[in-house]
Design a binder for this molecule. Structure first.
Ligand SMILES: [Zn+2]
Length: 481
Protein backbone atom coordinates (compact mmCIF):
# COMPACT_ATOMS: atom_id res chain seq x y z
CA UNK A 1 0.00 0.00 0.00
CA UNK A 2 1.19 3.50 -0.80
CA UNK A 3 0.76 5.01 2.66
CA UNK A 4 2.09 8.38 1.55
CA UNK A 5 -0.58 8.73 -1.15
CA UNK A 6 -3.23 7.59 1.33
CA UNK A 7 -2.16 10.31 3.75
CA UNK A 8 -1.63 7.92 6.65
CA UNK A 9 -1.18 9.61 9.99
CA UNK A 10 -0.45 7.65 13.14
CA UNK A 11 -0.01 8.84 16.69
CA UNK A 12 1.09 6.59 19.55
CA UNK A 13 0.02 6.50 23.15
CA UNK A 14 2.28 4.42 25.34
CA UNK A 15 1.27 3.39 28.84
CA UNK A 16 3.76 1.81 31.12
CA UNK A 17 3.59 0.65 34.73
CA UNK A 18 6.31 1.81 37.06
CA UNK A 19 8.26 -0.54 39.32
CA UNK A 20 7.63 1.22 42.60
CA UNK A 21 4.86 1.21 45.20
CA UNK A 22 1.45 2.64 44.35
CA UNK A 23 0.96 6.29 43.44
CA UNK A 24 -0.98 7.51 46.46
CA UNK A 25 -0.37 4.84 49.12
CA UNK A 26 2.49 2.61 50.24
CA UNK A 27 0.94 -0.65 48.98
CA UNK A 28 3.36 -2.67 46.81
CA UNK A 29 2.61 -2.84 43.08
CA UNK A 30 2.29 -6.59 42.76
CA UNK A 31 -0.38 -8.63 41.05
CA UNK A 32 -1.59 -11.79 42.74
CA UNK A 33 -3.23 -14.86 41.29
CA UNK A 34 -4.26 -16.51 44.58
CA UNK A 35 -7.71 -16.46 46.15
CA UNK A 36 -8.42 -12.95 47.46
CA UNK A 37 -8.31 -12.21 51.20
CA UNK A 38 -11.61 -10.32 51.00
CA UNK A 39 -14.32 -9.26 48.55
CA UNK A 40 -16.56 -6.21 48.52
CA UNK A 41 -19.81 -5.69 46.66
CA UNK A 42 -20.65 -2.22 45.33
CA UNK A 43 -23.43 -0.64 43.29
CA UNK A 44 -22.87 2.38 41.11
CA UNK A 45 -25.29 5.20 41.95
CA UNK A 46 -25.61 8.46 40.10
CA UNK A 47 -25.43 11.26 42.64
CA UNK A 48 -26.32 14.90 42.30
CA UNK A 49 -23.48 17.06 41.08
CA UNK A 50 -22.52 20.35 42.69
CA UNK A 51 -24.85 22.05 40.21
CA UNK A 52 -27.71 19.89 41.40
CA UNK A 53 -28.12 17.76 38.32
CA UNK A 54 -27.70 14.03 37.83
CA UNK A 55 -24.95 12.81 35.54
CA UNK A 56 -26.59 11.25 32.48
CA UNK A 57 -23.74 8.84 31.79
CA UNK A 58 -23.75 7.68 35.40
CA UNK A 59 -27.54 7.28 35.25
CA UNK A 60 -27.22 5.26 32.08
CA UNK A 61 -24.72 2.93 33.75
CA UNK A 62 -26.88 2.67 36.87
CA UNK A 63 -29.85 1.57 34.77
CA UNK A 64 -27.88 -1.44 33.60
CA UNK A 65 -28.44 -2.68 37.16
CA UNK A 66 -25.08 -4.34 37.42
CA UNK A 67 -22.96 -4.51 40.50
CA UNK A 68 -19.25 -4.91 41.03
CA UNK A 69 -17.33 -7.34 43.16
CA UNK A 70 -13.91 -6.09 44.22
CA UNK A 71 -11.31 -8.63 45.24
CA UNK A 72 -8.53 -7.44 47.52
CA UNK A 73 -5.47 -8.66 49.36
CA UNK A 74 -4.20 -7.43 52.71
CA UNK A 75 -0.74 -7.21 51.23
CA UNK A 76 -1.48 -4.78 48.40
CA UNK A 77 -4.85 -3.18 49.10
CA UNK A 78 -5.56 -0.53 51.71
CA UNK A 79 -8.35 1.97 52.35
CA UNK A 80 -7.12 4.19 49.48
CA UNK A 81 -7.88 1.54 46.85
CA UNK A 82 -11.26 0.98 48.51
CA UNK A 83 -11.98 4.72 48.28
CA UNK A 84 -12.53 4.76 52.04
CA UNK A 85 -9.54 7.01 52.72
CA UNK A 86 -8.22 10.04 50.80
CA UNK A 87 -5.07 9.61 48.71
CA UNK A 88 -1.79 9.92 50.61
CA UNK A 89 1.29 11.84 49.51
CA UNK A 90 2.43 11.37 45.93
CA UNK A 91 5.02 8.64 45.32
CA UNK A 92 8.19 10.63 44.66
CA UNK A 93 9.97 7.81 42.86
CA UNK A 94 7.17 7.74 40.31
CA UNK A 95 7.20 11.50 39.91
CA UNK A 96 10.97 11.48 39.52
CA UNK A 97 10.81 8.84 36.77
CA UNK A 98 8.17 10.92 34.99
CA UNK A 99 10.46 13.95 35.14
CA UNK A 100 13.41 11.92 33.80
CA UNK A 101 11.34 10.90 30.78
CA UNK A 102 10.12 14.48 30.32
CA UNK A 103 13.72 15.71 30.18
CA UNK A 104 14.86 12.90 27.87
CA UNK A 105 12.09 13.89 25.48
CA UNK A 106 12.99 17.59 25.74
CA UNK A 107 9.57 18.47 27.08
CA UNK A 108 8.35 21.56 28.92
CA UNK A 109 7.64 20.48 32.47
CA UNK A 110 4.48 21.96 33.98
CA UNK A 111 5.62 24.20 36.85
CA UNK A 112 2.55 23.47 38.96
CA UNK A 113 1.37 19.90 38.50
CA UNK A 114 -2.25 19.35 39.36
CA UNK A 115 -3.90 15.97 39.65
CA UNK A 116 -7.34 15.71 38.06
CA UNK A 117 -10.19 13.25 38.46
CA UNK A 118 -11.08 11.71 35.11
CA UNK A 119 -14.52 10.15 35.20
CA UNK A 120 -14.51 6.38 34.65
CA UNK A 121 -17.84 4.59 34.84
CA UNK A 122 -17.03 0.99 34.08
CA UNK A 123 -16.39 0.13 37.76
CA UNK A 124 -12.66 -0.24 37.09
CA UNK A 125 -12.03 2.50 39.67
CA UNK A 126 -13.73 2.22 43.04
CA UNK A 127 -14.07 6.00 43.14
CA UNK A 128 -15.56 6.24 39.60
CA UNK A 129 -12.63 8.37 38.55
CA UNK A 130 -8.99 7.95 37.70
CA UNK A 131 -6.39 10.33 39.10
CA UNK A 132 -4.25 11.75 36.34
CA UNK A 133 -1.83 14.67 36.00
CA UNK A 134 -0.23 16.33 33.02
CA UNK A 135 3.48 16.42 33.88
CA UNK A 136 4.99 17.83 30.69
CA UNK A 137 4.18 18.79 27.10
CA UNK A 138 5.71 19.92 23.79
CA UNK A 139 8.49 17.41 23.52
CA UNK A 140 10.51 16.24 20.57
CA UNK A 141 11.98 12.93 19.52
CA UNK A 142 14.60 12.88 16.79
CA UNK A 143 14.22 9.51 15.18
CA UNK A 144 16.26 8.62 12.08
CA UNK A 145 16.44 12.28 11.07
CA UNK A 146 12.72 12.70 11.46
CA UNK A 147 11.15 14.90 14.09
CA UNK A 148 8.31 13.28 16.03
CA UNK A 149 6.47 15.66 18.31
CA UNK A 150 5.64 14.46 21.81
CA UNK A 151 2.37 16.03 22.83
CA UNK A 152 2.04 15.08 26.45
CA UNK A 153 3.37 13.05 29.34
CA UNK A 154 0.93 12.13 32.09
CA UNK A 155 1.36 10.36 35.41
CA UNK A 156 -1.71 8.45 36.47
CA UNK A 157 -3.12 5.54 38.44
CA UNK A 158 -3.70 2.23 36.76
CA UNK A 159 -7.24 0.85 37.03
CA UNK A 160 -8.37 -2.36 38.73
CA UNK A 161 -8.21 -5.39 36.45
CA UNK A 162 -11.33 -7.16 35.30
CA UNK A 163 -11.32 -10.89 35.95
CA UNK A 164 -14.93 -11.75 35.10
CA UNK A 165 -18.09 -10.20 33.70
CA UNK A 166 -21.55 -11.71 33.30
CA UNK A 167 -25.07 -10.36 32.91
CA UNK A 168 -25.38 -9.27 36.54
CA UNK A 169 -21.92 -8.44 37.80
CA UNK A 170 -18.36 -7.42 37.01
CA UNK A 171 -15.46 -8.74 39.08
CA UNK A 172 -12.35 -6.61 39.49
CA UNK A 173 -9.08 -7.24 41.29
CA UNK A 174 -7.82 -4.28 43.26
CA UNK A 175 -4.14 -5.26 43.12
CA UNK A 176 -3.56 -3.26 39.91
CA UNK A 177 -5.54 -0.24 41.05
CA UNK A 178 -3.23 2.63 41.92
CA UNK A 179 -0.04 1.31 40.29
CA UNK A 180 1.74 4.37 38.85
CA UNK A 181 1.36 4.62 35.11
CA UNK A 182 3.17 6.86 32.65
CA UNK A 183 1.41 7.83 29.46
CA UNK A 184 3.38 9.27 26.57
CA UNK A 185 1.43 10.60 23.57
CA UNK A 186 3.13 11.43 20.29
CA UNK A 187 1.72 13.78 17.68
CA UNK A 188 0.19 12.26 14.51
CA UNK A 189 3.57 12.54 12.79
CA UNK A 190 4.13 8.90 11.90
CA UNK A 191 3.35 8.02 8.28
CA UNK A 192 4.25 4.37 7.99
CA UNK A 193 3.17 1.25 9.93
CA UNK A 194 6.74 -0.07 10.37
CA UNK A 195 7.91 3.35 11.53
CA UNK A 196 5.16 3.27 14.18
CA UNK A 197 6.53 -0.01 15.52
CA UNK A 198 10.10 1.30 15.58
CA UNK A 199 9.13 4.46 17.44
CA UNK A 200 7.07 2.50 19.96
CA UNK A 201 10.11 0.26 20.42
CA UNK A 202 12.39 3.25 20.90
CA UNK A 203 10.11 4.86 23.46
CA UNK A 204 9.85 1.50 25.24
CA UNK A 205 13.66 1.28 25.30
CA UNK A 206 13.84 4.81 26.76
CA UNK A 207 11.34 3.89 29.47
CA UNK A 208 13.23 0.70 30.33
CA UNK A 209 16.50 2.64 30.53
CA UNK A 210 15.19 4.37 33.66
CA UNK A 211 15.26 0.88 35.27
CA UNK A 212 12.03 1.91 36.96
CA UNK A 213 9.47 0.29 34.69
CA UNK A 214 7.80 -3.03 35.25
CA UNK A 215 8.70 -5.94 32.99
CA UNK A 216 6.55 -8.66 31.56
CA UNK A 217 3.34 -9.09 29.61
CA UNK A 218 0.82 -6.27 29.98
CA UNK A 219 3.21 -3.86 31.70
CA UNK A 220 3.55 -1.71 28.55
CA UNK A 221 0.40 -1.17 26.50
CA UNK A 222 0.04 0.93 23.40
CA UNK A 223 -2.91 2.70 21.86
CA UNK A 224 -2.84 3.91 18.26
CA UNK A 225 -4.51 6.88 16.59
CA UNK A 226 -4.92 6.13 12.91
CA UNK A 227 -6.35 8.22 10.08
CA UNK A 228 -6.12 8.49 6.28
CA UNK A 229 -7.35 11.11 3.76
CA UNK A 230 -11.17 11.17 3.57
CA UNK A 231 -11.24 8.82 6.57
CA UNK A 232 -11.42 9.76 10.23
CA UNK A 233 -9.30 9.54 13.35
CA UNK A 234 -9.84 6.19 14.99
CA UNK A 235 -8.34 5.29 18.34
CA UNK A 236 -7.29 1.66 18.75
CA UNK A 237 -6.89 0.56 22.35
CA UNK A 238 -4.80 -2.13 23.93
CA UNK A 239 -2.18 -3.32 21.46
CA UNK A 240 -0.12 -5.55 23.76
CA UNK A 241 2.60 -6.75 21.44
CA UNK A 242 4.84 -4.29 19.61
CA UNK A 243 5.23 -6.66 16.70
CA UNK A 244 1.55 -6.49 15.89
CA UNK A 245 1.50 -2.69 15.49
CA UNK A 246 2.16 -2.66 11.69
CA UNK A 247 -0.51 -5.29 11.04
CA UNK A 248 -3.11 -3.53 13.22
CA UNK A 249 -2.49 -0.25 11.34
CA UNK A 250 -2.61 -2.00 7.96
CA UNK A 251 -5.95 -3.61 8.86
CA UNK A 252 -7.38 -0.30 10.05
CA UNK A 253 -6.32 1.43 6.80
CA UNK A 254 -7.99 -1.36 4.82
CA UNK A 255 -11.16 -1.02 6.90
CA UNK A 256 -11.33 2.74 6.37
CA UNK A 257 -10.60 2.38 2.62
CA UNK A 258 -13.38 -0.13 2.21
CA UNK A 259 -15.89 2.22 3.86
CA UNK A 260 -14.69 5.14 1.71
CA UNK A 261 -14.86 3.07 -1.50
CA UNK A 262 -18.42 2.04 -0.66
CA UNK A 263 -19.41 5.67 -0.25
CA UNK A 264 -19.80 5.35 3.50
CA UNK A 265 -18.62 7.76 6.13
CA UNK A 266 -15.78 6.69 8.42
CA UNK A 267 -16.81 7.36 12.03
CA UNK A 268 -14.38 8.77 14.49
CA UNK A 269 -14.52 6.10 17.20
CA UNK A 270 -12.67 4.04 19.75
CA UNK A 271 -11.92 0.45 18.76
CA UNK A 272 -10.35 -2.43 20.64
CA UNK A 273 -7.42 -4.43 19.24
CA UNK A 274 -8.03 -8.17 19.00
CA UNK A 275 -5.53 -11.03 19.22
CA UNK A 276 -5.62 -11.53 15.43
CA UNK A 277 -4.72 -7.84 14.80
CA UNK A 278 -8.24 -6.89 13.71
CA UNK A 279 -10.30 -4.42 15.75
CA UNK A 280 -13.81 -4.19 17.15
CA UNK A 281 -15.99 -1.18 17.83
CA UNK A 282 -15.75 -0.20 21.49
CA UNK A 283 -17.46 3.19 21.84
CA UNK A 284 -17.87 6.53 20.06
CA UNK A 285 -14.98 8.96 20.41
CA UNK A 286 -15.60 10.87 23.65
CA UNK A 287 -15.95 14.62 22.99
CA UNK A 288 -13.59 15.36 25.85
CA UNK A 289 -13.06 13.48 29.04
CA UNK A 290 -14.89 14.70 32.09
CA UNK A 291 -12.22 16.04 34.36
CA UNK A 292 -12.41 17.73 37.72
CA UNK A 293 -9.54 18.92 39.89
CA UNK A 294 -8.52 16.36 42.55
CA UNK A 295 -8.78 18.51 45.63
CA UNK A 296 -7.42 15.79 47.95
CA UNK A 297 -3.98 16.02 46.37
CA UNK A 298 -2.10 19.28 46.74
CA UNK A 299 -0.44 21.03 43.82
CA UNK A 300 3.12 19.92 43.12
CA UNK A 301 5.51 22.75 42.41
CA UNK A 302 8.41 21.94 40.15
CA UNK A 303 11.03 24.64 39.89
CA UNK A 304 13.99 24.86 37.54
CA UNK A 305 16.43 24.00 40.37
CA UNK A 306 14.64 20.69 41.05
CA UNK A 307 14.91 19.79 37.39
CA UNK A 308 18.66 20.43 37.35
CA UNK A 309 19.06 17.90 40.15
CA UNK A 310 17.42 15.12 38.20
CA UNK A 311 19.90 12.53 37.02
CA UNK A 312 19.25 11.31 33.50
CA UNK A 313 19.66 7.59 32.86
CA UNK A 314 22.10 6.35 30.24
CA UNK A 315 19.97 4.92 27.43
CA UNK A 316 20.19 1.18 26.74
CA UNK A 317 21.17 2.01 23.16
CA UNK A 318 24.13 4.10 24.38
CA UNK A 319 25.28 1.42 26.87
CA UNK A 320 24.97 -1.21 24.19
CA UNK A 321 26.99 0.77 21.65
CA UNK A 322 29.77 1.21 24.21
CA UNK A 323 29.94 -2.57 24.85
CA UNK A 324 29.83 -3.28 21.13
CA UNK A 325 32.91 -1.13 20.60
CA UNK A 326 34.81 -2.21 23.70
CA UNK A 327 34.47 -5.96 23.15
CA UNK A 328 33.90 -6.13 19.40
CA UNK A 329 30.43 -7.67 19.84
CA UNK A 330 27.55 -7.86 17.42
CA UNK A 331 24.92 -5.14 18.10
CA UNK A 332 22.31 -7.80 18.97
CA UNK A 333 24.48 -9.50 21.59
CA UNK A 334 25.60 -6.21 23.09
CA UNK A 335 21.98 -5.06 23.40
CA UNK A 336 20.93 -8.33 25.03
CA UNK A 337 23.67 -7.95 27.66
CA UNK A 338 22.27 -4.53 28.54
CA UNK A 339 18.63 -5.60 28.38
CA UNK A 340 19.22 -8.63 30.60
CA UNK A 341 21.45 -6.56 32.92
CA UNK A 342 24.34 -9.03 32.56
CA UNK A 343 27.70 -7.71 33.73
CA UNK A 344 30.14 -9.04 31.14
CA UNK A 345 33.02 -7.79 33.31
CA UNK A 346 32.45 -10.73 35.70
CA UNK A 347 33.18 -13.26 32.96
CA UNK A 348 35.75 -11.53 30.80
CA UNK A 349 38.67 -12.99 32.86
CA UNK A 350 38.47 -16.23 30.85
CA UNK A 351 40.90 -16.48 27.95
CA UNK A 352 38.15 -16.69 25.37
CA UNK A 353 36.83 -14.30 22.74
CA UNK A 354 34.30 -11.88 24.36
CA UNK A 355 31.89 -12.81 21.54
CA UNK A 356 32.02 -16.51 22.58
CA UNK A 357 31.66 -15.64 26.26
CA UNK A 358 28.59 -13.53 25.43
CA UNK A 359 27.10 -16.33 23.35
CA UNK A 360 27.55 -18.72 26.28
CA UNK A 361 25.77 -16.22 28.51
CA UNK A 362 22.93 -15.50 26.09
CA UNK A 363 22.57 -17.58 22.94
CA UNK A 364 23.39 -21.11 24.08
CA UNK A 365 20.94 -21.07 27.00
CA UNK A 366 18.25 -19.68 24.67
CA UNK A 367 18.83 -22.55 22.22
CA UNK A 368 18.69 -25.09 25.04
CA UNK A 369 15.39 -23.59 26.19
CA UNK A 370 13.94 -23.72 22.68
CA UNK A 371 15.13 -27.25 21.97
CA UNK A 372 14.55 -28.99 25.29
CA UNK A 373 11.90 -26.75 26.81
CA UNK A 374 13.95 -26.17 29.97
CA UNK A 375 13.61 -23.31 32.43
CA UNK A 376 16.86 -21.41 31.93
CA UNK A 377 15.98 -18.78 34.53
CA UNK A 378 17.31 -21.31 37.07
CA UNK A 379 20.86 -20.88 35.78
CA UNK A 380 23.16 -19.20 38.29
CA UNK A 381 26.30 -17.16 37.85
CA UNK A 382 28.36 -20.13 39.02
CA UNK A 383 26.88 -22.43 36.34
CA UNK A 384 28.13 -20.10 33.62
CA UNK A 385 31.53 -19.92 35.29
CA UNK A 386 31.80 -23.76 35.37
CA UNK A 387 30.99 -23.97 31.66
CA UNK A 388 33.37 -21.15 30.75
CA UNK A 389 36.16 -22.92 32.69
CA UNK A 390 35.67 -26.10 30.65
CA UNK A 391 35.53 -24.25 27.33
CA UNK A 392 38.68 -22.38 28.30
CA UNK A 393 40.35 -25.76 28.99
CA UNK A 394 39.61 -26.83 25.42
CA UNK A 395 36.24 -28.62 25.51
CA UNK A 396 34.72 -27.94 22.11
CA UNK A 397 31.75 -25.65 21.58
CA UNK A 398 29.61 -28.60 20.45
CA UNK A 399 29.47 -29.79 24.06
CA UNK A 400 28.08 -26.52 25.46
CA UNK A 401 24.36 -27.30 24.91
CA UNK A 402 24.80 -30.63 26.69
CA UNK A 403 26.52 -28.92 29.60
CA UNK A 404 23.55 -26.57 30.05
CA UNK A 405 21.14 -29.49 29.71
CA UNK A 406 23.05 -31.47 32.35
CA UNK A 407 22.98 -28.57 34.79
CA UNK A 408 19.28 -28.01 34.24
CA UNK A 409 18.17 -31.64 34.35
CA UNK A 410 20.68 -33.24 36.74
CA UNK A 411 21.39 -30.20 38.85
CA UNK A 412 25.13 -30.30 38.22
CA UNK A 413 27.85 -30.71 35.67
CA UNK A 414 29.58 -34.09 35.57
CA UNK A 415 33.06 -32.78 34.89
CA UNK A 416 34.58 -36.19 34.19
CA UNK A 417 32.28 -36.40 31.19
CA UNK A 418 33.98 -33.38 29.72
CA UNK A 419 37.60 -34.34 30.16
CA UNK A 420 39.98 -32.82 27.70
CA UNK A 421 41.54 -35.55 25.59
CA UNK A 422 45.14 -35.03 24.51
CA UNK A 423 45.84 -34.70 20.79
CA UNK A 424 48.26 -37.65 20.80
CA UNK A 425 45.64 -39.94 22.35
CA UNK A 426 43.20 -39.13 19.59
CA UNK A 427 45.79 -39.50 16.88
CA UNK A 428 46.83 -42.97 18.01
CA UNK A 429 43.19 -43.98 18.37
CA UNK A 430 42.50 -42.87 14.80
CA UNK A 431 45.61 -44.59 13.52
CA UNK A 432 44.39 -47.86 15.04
CA UNK A 433 40.94 -47.40 13.59
CA UNK A 434 42.15 -46.68 10.07
CA UNK A 435 44.46 -49.68 10.22
CA UNK A 436 41.56 -51.92 11.27
CA UNK A 437 39.27 -50.67 8.49
CA UNK A 438 41.67 -50.76 5.57
CA UNK A 439 39.35 -52.93 3.49
CA UNK A 440 36.38 -50.64 4.00
CA UNK A 441 38.46 -47.55 3.13
CA UNK A 442 39.74 -49.15 -0.10
CA UNK A 443 36.22 -50.06 -1.13
CA UNK A 444 34.40 -46.82 -0.22
CA UNK A 445 37.14 -44.18 -0.48
CA UNK A 446 35.80 -40.75 0.69
CA UNK A 447 32.56 -42.35 1.83
CA UNK A 448 34.30 -44.33 4.53
CA UNK A 449 34.97 -41.16 6.54
CA UNK A 450 31.32 -41.10 7.71
CA UNK A 451 31.26 -44.48 9.48
CA UNK A 452 34.78 -43.98 10.88
CA UNK A 453 33.74 -40.61 12.31
CA UNK A 454 30.79 -42.33 13.97
CA UNK A 455 33.11 -44.71 15.79
CA UNK A 456 35.46 -42.01 17.03
CA UNK A 457 32.64 -39.64 18.05
CA UNK A 458 31.02 -42.39 20.14
CA UNK A 459 34.11 -42.35 22.27
CA UNK A 460 34.99 -38.66 22.26
CA UNK A 461 31.69 -36.88 21.84
CA UNK A 462 31.67 -33.62 23.71
CA UNK A 463 35.41 -33.82 24.28
CA UNK A 464 36.89 -33.12 20.87
CA UNK A 465 35.91 -30.87 18.04
CA UNK A 466 34.20 -32.88 15.26
CA UNK A 467 36.01 -30.99 12.53
CA UNK A 468 39.36 -31.78 14.11
CA UNK A 469 38.49 -35.50 14.09
CA UNK A 470 37.41 -35.56 10.46
CA UNK A 471 40.62 -33.72 9.49
CA UNK A 472 42.73 -36.29 11.35
CA UNK A 473 40.90 -39.22 9.70
CA UNK A 474 41.42 -37.67 6.28
CA UNK A 475 45.11 -37.26 7.04
CA UNK A 476 45.47 -40.92 8.06
CA UNK A 477 43.55 -42.12 5.00
CA UNK A 478 45.77 -40.06 2.75
CA UNK A 479 48.78 -41.84 4.25
CA UNK A 480 47.36 -45.18 3.08
CA UNK A 481 47.42 -44.40 -0.62
ZN1 LIG B 1 -3.06 1.03 49.18
Amino acid sequence: MDYKALGLKVGLEIHCQLETHKLFCKCPSILKEEKPDFTIKRFLRASLSELGEKDVVAEFEQEKNKYAIYEGFKENTCLVELDEAPPGKINHHALNTALQIALLLKMDVIPEIQFMRKQVLDYSNTSSFQRTALVAMNGLLNFNNKKISIQSLCLEEDAARKTLEDSEKIVYRLDRLGIPLLEIATGPDINDPEEAKKIAEYLGMMLKSTEKVKRGIGTIRQDLNVSINKGARVEIKGVQDLRSIPKVIENEVKRQLELINNGKKVQSEVRKANQDNTTNFMRPMPSSSRMYPETDVSLININKKDLLLIKLPELFTEKSLALEKKYNLSPELAYELVRQKIDLGKYIKFKLEPELITKILIEYPKDVRARNNLDISKLKENDFIEILKLVEKGIPKEAIPEMFTDILTKGKLNESKYEVVSASDIESEIKKLVEKNKALIKEKGEYSIGPLMGDVMKKYRGKVDAKKISDLIRKEIAKLS
